[in-house]
Design a protein around this ligand. Structure first.
Ligand code: ADP
Ligand code: MG
Length: 399
């Protein structure tokens, strides 16, 4: 048991006066490549990281779900029968967000989504106590939200004997986030968190939802992933993200396809004649990024991870120049890491701040961190938070 798992157990014991029946955990994730492709029904290649969220759980006799977190020790409880009234009868219905604190809407929303999944009558299940502890940095683009959802759904699937498949679990996490929390996100984070495997990424086709592990070989090749969190705040709900989505929808409409997934690099010449300059560049990013994800998967298999650096850099350049979602801090992080000898580097996540990742030799991590810190200081930016992440396994039972 890790210290974080222990703290979930201790929190559970303080809450209930007894030991948990089970401990489940799920990881955060980083996206290796495939940015803003998810809502265009394209391809992504995220990997689960070793930072995890733990849920210590036990059944109750009274049909109540009670949750607590080291993040906010005030427990929140709701009767399971009240969940439809709280979050809407089924995932399509009107939502009443805001009756529980936002953080509690993640685990309680997962319980609601699990009970209403498939639109059938809720199975009769016992109440449950859930105590949560996490070492996934919150709001740093590493998806602490998918981690809390994954740990909760793993635990509930077990305690309630739901027999869910990994994809069903991921969908329940997404439903909770979309309808109980009210955050309009795709399914990449949940799939990455639930299906992750050691030293592998998860290739996800966001149209078919076909997902499969892709060997990364970072450990074998002595490579580490350095996360450079600029601590410039990002908010997916703000204009930039919505505007990019709208540009993509407009581009698809004007090109006569259901989504940008249906265009290939060969269509860009034609697109240039049809679309205005800004829409064309947004479309060009998505179309080339989809191809870069496919190329990354092929290159990993045929040549290994040292050969993907150019694809990572091309992804960054595309987001900087065509999709225009980078910020000076992210560009500085990428340039400094590359100048210091990184195999590749790119901003990751939604953009307008957040983090960059760099693929770096184990032995060069400290030198790269120092080079990035120095570049930030020279530019007059706040010192970034830098740490390595290791591609790790997905949801599992710890005890
Ligand atoms: P990200 O997923 O990038 O970390 P989000 O805004 O999507 O950022 O999700 C962060 C939110 O998830 C937090 O503000 C909180 O509401 C919830 N959350 C994540 N981890 C925990 C935790 N350990 N305990 C309670 N709430 C958590
Ligand atoms: Mg999130």
């Amino acid at each position: 048991m890790t210290p974080t798992a222990d703290s979930a157990v201790q929190l559970f014991e303080r809450l209930t006066g007894s030991a948990p029946e089970r401990v489940w955990s799920a990881p955060g994730r980083a996206n290796l490549i495939g940015e803003h492709t998810d809502y265009n029904e394209g391809f992504v290649l995220p990997f689960a990281i070793e930072h995890r969220t733990y849920a210590a759980v036990g059944r109750r006799r009274d049909g109540i779900i009670r949750v607590t977190s080291t993040f906010d020790p005030n427990p929140v409880e709701v009767a399971l029968v009240e969940l439809p009234a709280l979050f809407g009868g089924s995932p399509g219905d009107a939502v009443r967000v805001g009756d529980v604190p936002e953080w509690a809407a993640y685990p309680i929303g997962v319980a609601w989504a699990a009970l209403t999944a498939g639109g059938g009558a809720a199975p009769s299940v016992p109440g449950v106590d859930i105590a949560i502890s996490s070492d996934v940095p919150i709001g740093a683009g590493l998806s602490s939200s998918a981690a809390i959802e994954g740990a909760t759904i793993g635990a509930l699937d077990d305690l309630w004997a739901l027999g869910l498949t990994p994809l069903e679990m991921a969908k329940i996490g997404r439903t909770a986030e979309n309808h109980a929390v009210g955050a309009p996100t795709g399914i990449m984070d949940q799939v990455a968190s639930i299906m992750g495997q050691t030293d592998a990424a998860t290739f996800l086709d966001c149209r078919s939802l076909e997902a499969r592990p892709v060997d990364l070989g970072f450990a074998r090749e002595g490579l580490s992933v350095l996360v450079i969190d600029t601590q410039v705040t990002h908010s997916h709900s703000t204009g930039g993200y919505r505007e990019r989505r709208e540009s993509c929808e407009r581009g698809a409409r004007e090109m006569g396809v259901r989504s940008l997934r249906d265009l290939t690099v060969g269509d860009l010449e034609r697109a240039k004649g049809i679309l205005d300059d800004v829409t064309f560049r947004r479309v060009a990013h998505i179309v080339t990024e989809n191809q870069r994800v496919l190329d990354t998967v092929d290159t990993l298999r045929s040549e290994g991870p040292r050969a993907i650096g150019g694809l990572l850099v091309a992804s960054h350049v595309s987001m900087r120049d065509d999709f225009e979602i980078s910020v000076p801090e992210l560009d500085t992080a990428v340039t400094a890491a590359l100048d210091s000898g990184a195999v590749g580097a790119r901003m990751t996540g939604g953009g307008f701040g957040g983090a960059a990742i760099a693929l770096v030799e184990h032995g060069r991590i400290d030198a790269t961190k120092a080079a990035v810190a120095a570049a930030f200081e020279t530019a007059g930016f706040r010192e970034p938070h830098q740490f390595t992440v290791t591609p790790s396994h997905g949801v599992l039972r710890d005890a």
